[in-house]
Design a protein around this ligand. Structure first.
Ligand code: ADP
Ligand code: ADP
Length: 220
């Protein structure tokens, strides 16, 4: 089964609003890293929200790991732009919460390793962290869950160059070792194209170009 199968996916906010996502169809095999690239307002967050089961499609068919996104909830992790972290918790307490919310499939070592890579002290409170550091803690929460599908909404935005490099390294390792499928969005193609197997270029809610990176780049 494909990690993601979308057919004619659409989303309109409100009954008379404009279509934020329109007629999007694609099929993403498992274990691939997919770059979702487009300018601000292209519909990337809305599409990711649909894949995460947080935004109900107004149109179309969507299967995630062969299920409806709601039914696949346990198998996916979503790094949204707003990080759902409690400011008064320490990093350590935050990760413990992740463990309690994901009994039976939590990888504490992996989560701790990601925090450690950023030279973060687990005793630090979330409210004392910079934006980039919060992104790192939120990513640790996502990967500790050992998801089959990892959805990342503009994770590079708050990261310094070293953290970006580490993030891409972590994602490649995830996809390579545990077969995790990754969808990562950005408005900068160059940030992602070298590392991605699959490319979706979005504009005005539509997928303008989609397919295997190798094929797309050799054809252009
Ligand atoms: P991107 O992530 O590529 O910047 P979005 O998915 O955030 O794009 O936005 C796509 C379009 O949908 C934009 O025109 C945006 O204004 C609109 N939009 C996004 N979220 C909402 C919402 N909750 N209500 C109404 N319109 C929205
Ligand atoms: P970055 O580009 O790493 O996100 P910032 O300029 O946001 O950098 O933060 C730089 C440093 O300042 C970080 O190491 C962080 O620990 C510290 N810092 C940022 N915001 C706060 C805060 N509200 N309280 C305490 N320390 C902070």
């Amino acid at each position: 089964i494909a990690a993601i199968e979308a057919v004619g996916l659409g989303k309109r906010y409100g009954r008379l609003g404009k279509w934020a996502v329109q007629d999007c169809s694609f099929r993403l095999p498992q274990g691939q890293i997919c770059a979702l690239v487009g300018p601000n307002g292209a519909g990337k967050s809305t599409l990711l929200g649909q894949l995460a089961g947080l935004v109900r499609p107004s149109r179309g068919e969507l299967r995630v790991m062969g299920k409806t996104p709601g039914a696949a909830r346990q198998q996916l992790a979503f790094l949204a732009q707003e990080k759902p972290l409690y400011p008064q918790f320490t990093i350590e307490e935050t990760l413990r919460m992740g463990q309690e919310l994901n009994p039976g499939h939590w990888d504490a070592e992996r989560a701790a390793r990601i925090v450690k890579e950023g030279d973060l002290d687990p005793g630090t409170k979330v409210r004392e962290l910079s934006g980039g550091q919060r992104t790192r803690v939120a990513l640790a929460l996502c990967l500790g869950k050992q998801p089959d599908l990892l959805l990342l909404d503009e994770p590079m935005a708050d990261l310094d160059p070293l953290a970006r490099h580490q993030l891409m390294g972590n994602l490649l390792a995830e996809a390579g070792e545990s077969g995790t499928t990754v969808v990562i969005s950005s408005h900068i193609l160059a940030e992602l194209e070298g590392a991605c197997d699959y490319l979706l270029l979005m504009e005005n809610g539509r997928i303008r170009l989609g397919g295997e990176t190798d094929e797309l780049l050799s054809a252009h």
